[in-house]
Design a protein around this ligand. Sequence first.
Ligand code: OSB
Ligand code: MG
Length: 374
Amino acid sequence: MIRLEEITLREIRLPLKEPFRISSGLVTERRIMLLHLRDADGTEVWSECVAGETPNYTAETIDTAWYSICEYVAPRVLGIPFAHPSDVHPALEHNFRGHNMAKAAIEMGAWALCAQRDGVSLSRLLGGTRAGIETGISIGIQSSPAALVERAGRAIAEGYHKIKLKIEPGHDVEFVRAVRRAFPDAPLMADANNAFTLRETDRLRELDEFNLIMIEQPLAFDDIIRHAQLQRVLKTPICLDESITSVEKAEDMISMGAGRIINIKPGRVGGFTQSRAIHDLCVANGIPVWCGGMLESGVGRSYNVALASLPGFTIPGDLSPSARYWTEDVVTPEWTMSEDGIVRVPVDQAGIGVDVNVARVDNLTVRTQSLRAQ
Ligand code: OSB
Ligand code: MG
């Protein structure tokens, strides 16, 4: 049983080692919400809310999520007994629209609490079967094709199994072509974060010649119908990210042929219960899935790694090691990647598998708020 006694929200600031530019925005320093959850039986865990700084990915931001957790999410869980963590999601959906990342921060924390208390890894509690995850990197938009070739080359040398190139109109065909010419056999993909419309269909079709594993979310964030139109004329598989906010959206994608691959980010879909349902649906329909990232700290990363250990996650995840993002992470040990591009799943430890460096988090904290059961 889970019965949350206290939820503490913290905002920390963590500068990225290299600026991260996508078609819809630029981040140089992350504002990250960490949460500390304490159960009535004394069990404690950390979780992370993956909402960004601005509403350029989904409508949520760290500020809307902070408000939403305090006003709407926490009151629905604090002091309330849940027999199983999968019961939290329905309690957060009833007459409560949207705010998936706010909900997920608590829902995923409930899974971690359960794992921590039962002495099992979060991976195994979720049904994970892998001991290691093939790792991909997401490379932001660069100033020139040559700069992108240089950055991608470094990533390939580091052993990454999937190289995702962020694109937008004007930073698209020539950039991808340059990387493909330099690395004829590299596992490349592109992510447009909604930057195109069907008017640019011919441009997108030019990408077909580069043997990309997939093109992620070329069209609008909430549009399944036009992705279906586009997929009919594209050879490259479309992968949906922003558009998949629930298992029903995943069903729509499959039935309409709007894409052939799904990027599952647990924050975007409201937590692990929905993530697992989407995973199971995709396995049943022969749709490969992979775990995306939101430039998480080592806390959020542990949740992604656990999810990516499920059997249907057959494509490398955006789970780069701590050192790709930060001078110093907030967890011990930091997340590392082996020379052959594998992130190890901490299956031998209870809970999320890393310790939070509380003194460092204290130093980085710019605001905090505690909520308790009545
Ligand atoms: O579209 O996958 C995306 C980061 C922020 C917002 C959207 C996206 C991303 C990434 C980052 O690609 C992947 C990572 O965390 O390494
Ligand atoms: Mg994406």
